[in-house]
Design a protein around this ligand. Sequence first.
Ligand code: ZN
Length: 339
Amino acid sequence: MSEVFCRCLSTLRLWDPSFRMRGLPNYCLCCCVNTLLQTFSATWELGDLLDKWDETGVRTDDRNVPLQLKKVLADMRKDLAQPAPHHDFLRCLDRNSLRLNTQHDADEVFLTILNLTHQQMDNRSLAVEIQNLYKISLETQLQCLVCNSMQTRASYLLSLPLHIKEDHNSLGGCMTSFFEHQELTGINCCFCEQCGKKTPSKQGVKLLSLPPILCVHLKRFRNSNGYTRKLDCRVTFPEIFDFSEIAKEAFSTDFAQNDCKYTLHAVVVHSGYAMFGHYTAYVHHRVNQRWYYANDSHVKQASWKEVQSTYGGYRRDTAYMLMYRRGSKQEGQQPELSG
Ligand SMILES: [Zn+2]
C-alpha cells in the first residue's frame, strides 16, 4: 500500500463519514485571510512541510507567522469543535502589519504570508523548501537592438501576475502575453555598456523553472487617474493546464522540465467592486476528489460547472487567483492505464 494512500486513509478517519470541510467565521473583515487559509489547507504540501518544523526555539509565538500558520492548518485538518481556529493567526498577522478591520488584496496577503514565513522560520532549509514550493524562476533579458548584446539576470516570483485585456481572455493567452518581449524606444531607451550610450532595446522574461505549486494572479484591479476599478471581463481557465501549449519563446534555453502539466486545486474568488468586495474560495478536496465552495463559515459541495462560473464576463463573482499543482492527476485518482 502506498504511503500516499495510507495518509489518505488516516485523514479519512479523522472526518465525519458525511465529510464536510471546515468553515472559518468572518471576524474583523477577514474573508481574504479565510479564503487564503482554505487554499493553503488544500495545498497539503505546505502543511506537510510546516509539520516537519520543530518550533521549540521560537520565543515570541504570538508574532511568528509560520508557527501560527502551522497551528491553524493543523486545527483545520482536525476539524475540532473550537469555533474559530484562525483567531490567533489573524492577531499574529495584525501584529505583523496586516491589520484587522481592513480590506486587503488577496495576492498581496498571499505574498506577505509567504515572505513572513520565509523570514521568521529559524530552520533555514525548511524555509527555503517552503519558498521553493511556489518559486517560479525567471530569466530577465535586455537586448540592445543596435549591437545585439544581451544582459540577463535571474529573478523569481511566488505568484504569476497576468495582465488581462478588457475583452475575452484565456489563461494560455494571458500567459503567452506575459512572456512576450517589449521594445523600449524613445524616452524608454536603456543604457548599453557595449555601445556606451542609451539605445533602443528589447526587454522581457523567460521561464527557467516551474514550481510544484503554481499560483496565478489575474490582475483584475486597474489603476487609472488615481481611481481603482475592477475588470469583470472573462478569463477562461482549464482544470488541467499544459505549459507546452504556450509559445516556445516563453522558455529559456536552460529550461529543463519534462512535466509541464498542472492541475487546478483552488480558486480565490472576488465578488463585488474594487473598493468594496468579498473573497471566497473553491477548493478541491484531496480525499473525496470533490470541489467545495467556502464562503467564510459556510461550506458546501460544488461542481466544476460552478467553478467555471467564476470565469467572469457576465457576473461580478470572478476568479482572482488560481492555484495549480504539478501533474495531470488530482491526488487520489486512479492512474491512467497506458497502452
Ligand atoms: Zn548596444
